[in-house]
Design a protein around this ligand. Structure first.
Ligand SMILES: Cc1cc2nc3c(=O)[nH]c(=O)nc-3n(C[C@H](O)[C@H](O)[C@H](O)COP(=O)(O)O)c2cc1C
Length: 181
């Protein structure tokens, strides 16, 4: 059975990106994928610093790297901060980029995000795609950028617009099509 790991680059209470993480997870589940939903708050890693790395790599980085390579699909929901990915995502990718075997060369990745701007994380996701691609990651074509956040989902966490529903269907299709599971 194909497996997927989902995570959110925001761990704040009431995060819209966590709503997106859960929604995509449900849709992957409907497509017959076994989904593991994680909370990056359970993977504590200090801000990356090469001196720290020399002393010790956080156990959370090893644990998360192992999860990346034990799943066929990884879906990352990241908010946009100042036109880039969230600091939590950047720090997580940085620590994981130092783990061996590479956690980025096994699963097929999907990236999406919800932000308050009407361009809905497209700049942030473009940076994230660029960075992941440099690490050798296969990222599916759909950039699931959603905004403005406040009107994107209803109280059940379901998308409020047909365009969002279609985009989610598209990314789920691509993820299952390109995964090796
Ligand atoms: C430091 C900071 C920078 C932000 N930069 C952007 C941005 O560049 N574009 C945007 O659309 N929203 C931006 N936002 C708003 C976030 O998209 C919004 O807070 C979003 O709800 C965060 O995601 P979350 O709900 O999952 O925590 C920024 C918010 C913060 C705190």
């Amino acid at each position: 059975m194909t497996s997927a790991l989902t995570l959110s680059g925001s761990i704040r209470q009431g995060s819209y990106n966590r709503v997106l993480q859960r929604h995509v997870g449900r849709k992957l589940g409907d497509a017959g994928v076994a989904v593991t939903e994680i909370d990056l708050g359970d993977f504590d890693m200090p801000i990356f610093n090469e001196d720290l790395e020399a002393e010790h790599t956080p156990e959370a980085a090893r644990r998360l790297a192992a999860l990346f390579v034990s799943h066929d699909i990884v879906f990352v929901a990241s908010p946009e901060y100042n036109g880039g990915a969230s600091p939590l995502i950047v720090n997580t990718v940085t620590w994981l980029s130092r783990q061996k075997p590479s956690p980025f060369r096994h699963a097929v990745f999907g990236i999406g995000g919800v932000s308050s701007g009407k361009y809905g994380t497209i700049w942030g996701l473009s940076h994230l795609r660029e960075s992941l691609t440099k690490l050798g990651t296969l990222v599916v074509p759909t950039l699931l950028g959603i905004g403005p956040a406040e009107s994107a989902f209803d109280e059940r966490g379901e998308p409020s617009e047909p365009a969002i529903i279609r985009k989610v269907e598209q990314i789920v299709h691509e993820l299952t099509l390109f995964s090796r599971g």
